[in-house]
Structures are given as structure tokens and as C-alpha cells.
Design a protein around this ligand. Structure first.
Ligand SMILES: Cc1cc2nc3c(=O)[nH]c(=O)nc-3n(C[C@H](O)[C@H](O)[C@H](O)COP(=O)(O)O)c2cc1C
Length: 220
């Protein structure tokens, strides 16, 4: 396949699924944004507040449409090739706020998560670093066609893990940076050598039929 003379940079949306002012996940997302920019990506560093939405209510959707916070996430996802999401773990799963936002955003057609490359990370004071929440988060995102990177970074003991400017432990910091760079390399390869996937079908194995189909026939 012919390549443009100057390959376009990968554009990546980075945000944390926490509203808390002193959020560890916000810190981790900010570091990820910095590493991604240093690695040559174009970074859109967003805040969860940019995507404020009410609780999902199908009646409300019918009456008022999809709220502006979800519209904003859709717009910024579509402008990017990839996203990096740092999410807290709540009760062994993802916070309800991020699931609610994903649910609203999934109502757009074309469905905006489809084909986006995603890297998941978490930070928690616990020894597991919030990793279980990321496994929960994989399910709706992969259901929606996001291409999630297999390696997820979970920062354990987050209340002790940062120094003033970075992840304090050098070896851990190097692992964090390598993980982001590996993810961006894959997103870049996919951008320049798009894979065959063209259609998003919500339930691939379901007998096709107008009544049940939730299909985007052509996606970028
Ligand atoms: C409702 C609730 C449930 C939580 N459940 C978990 C949990 O299951 N696992 C965990 O590691 N931390 C849990 N925590 C602690 C969070 O990891 C901690 O509050 C973390 O700082 C939240 O992320 P943030 O700093 O980015 O806001 C929970 C916190 C709250 C408020």
C-alpha cells in the first residue's frame, strides 16, 4: 500500500474517569499524555468533566436526544485514532460514571468506539492497582468494537507511587513509558495499514434481520 511522504501522526485522546480533584488516575493520565506527546503523538488531554451526562434514561433520550457531554466525547473520539483511559476501580469494577458515559456515547450512529484503539490504565492505593476494574471496562468497550491493547498498566499503592513530577520508581516508570510507546506503535501501524474490519455488528452471530440489527455497515 502506498504511504504518504510524511506519515500523519497518531492522534490520541487521553482522559481519566475520575472527577476527584486529587485523583491518582488524573495524575496517571497526565503522565500518559506527556509520554505520548514526547513519543510523537498528537494529544488531546481531556477531563471527565468535559463529558458530564445525566443518568441514562431511554425516555429522556427519545424526548431530548443524546446529551452534550456524550456528544463531546463522540466528537473527540472521532477526531482521534486512539484513546488512553485511566480509570479507578470501584467495588471490583469500573465506576458507574464511566459506564454511564459509555452507554450514552454508544447511542450514536455510526457508533464512535468502533475501530478506535484503546489503552487502559488504572491507579489505586491497593496492591492490585485497580486492575479488576479494567477487566470490567474491557467488556463494554470491546463489545462496541474498540481495539483494546492487551497490556494494561495498573499502578499499585498509588498514594505512595508518585514523586513531584512522575512515577517515583524508575523501573516502573520505564515500564509505563514502554507500554504507552508499544500501544502507540500499534495504533500507528493500524492507521497506515488499516485492517479489513469495515462493519460494526453489535451481535455478530445473531441471525440478520431488520428488527434486531444494530449494524453500522461502513465505518472508517
Ligand atoms: C465507591 C468506592 C469503591 C472503591 N472500590 C475499590 C476497589 O474495589 N478496589 C480498589 O482498588 N479501590 C477501590 N476504591 C478506592 C479507590 O481506588 C480510590 O478511592 C482511588 O483513589 C480512586 O481513584 P482516583 O484517585 O483517581 O479518584 C474505592 C473507592 C470508592 C469511592
Amino acid at each position: 500500500m502506498a504511504q504518504p511522504a510524511t506519515p500523519q501522526k497518531v492522534k490520541v485522546l487521553v482522559f481519566a474517569a475520575s472527577l476527584r480533584a486529587g485523583s491518582f488516575n488524573k495524575k496517571l493520565a497526565a503522565l500518559a499524555a506527556r509520554v505520548a506527546a514526547r513519543s510523537g503523538a498528537l494529544v488531546d488531554h481531556a477531563a471527565m468533566r468535559d463529558f458530564d451526562v445525566p443518568l441514562y434514561d431511554e425516555d429522556r433520550e427519545k424526548a431530548e436526544g443524546i446529551p452534550s457531554g456524550a456528544e463531546e466525547l463522540k466528537r473527540r473520539l472521532l477526531e482521534c485514532d486512539a484513546f488512553i483511559l485511566a480509570s479507578p476501580e470501584y467495588n471490583g469494577s469500573m465506576p458507574g460514571t464511566i459506564k454511564n458515559l459509555i452507554d450514552w456515547t454508544s447511542r450514536f450512529r455510526p457508533q464512535p468506539f468502533d475501530g478506535r484503539h484503546g489503552l487502559l490504565m488504572s491507579a489505586s492505593p491497593s496492591l492490585a492497582g485497580g486492575n479488576r476494574g479494567l477487566w470490567a471496562l474491557r467488556m463494554p468497550l470491546e463489545h462496541l468494537g474498540a481495539r483494546l491493547f492487551p497490556d494494561m498498566f495498573s499502578l499499585a499503592m498509588a498514594h505512595k507511587a508518585f514523586d513531584a513530577d512522575d512515577i517515583a520508581d524508575q523501573a516502573l516508570r520505564a515500564r509505563f513509558e514502554k507500554n504507552i510507546q508499544a500501544f502507540l506503535s500499534l495504533a500507528e501501524a493500524a492507521k497506515h495499514y488499516p485492517c479489513m474490519k469495515r462493519a460494526w455488528v453489535e451481535f455478530l452471530g445473531e441471525p440478520p434481520g431488520a428488527g434486531a440489527d444494530r449494524v453500522d455497515p461502513v465505518s472508517p
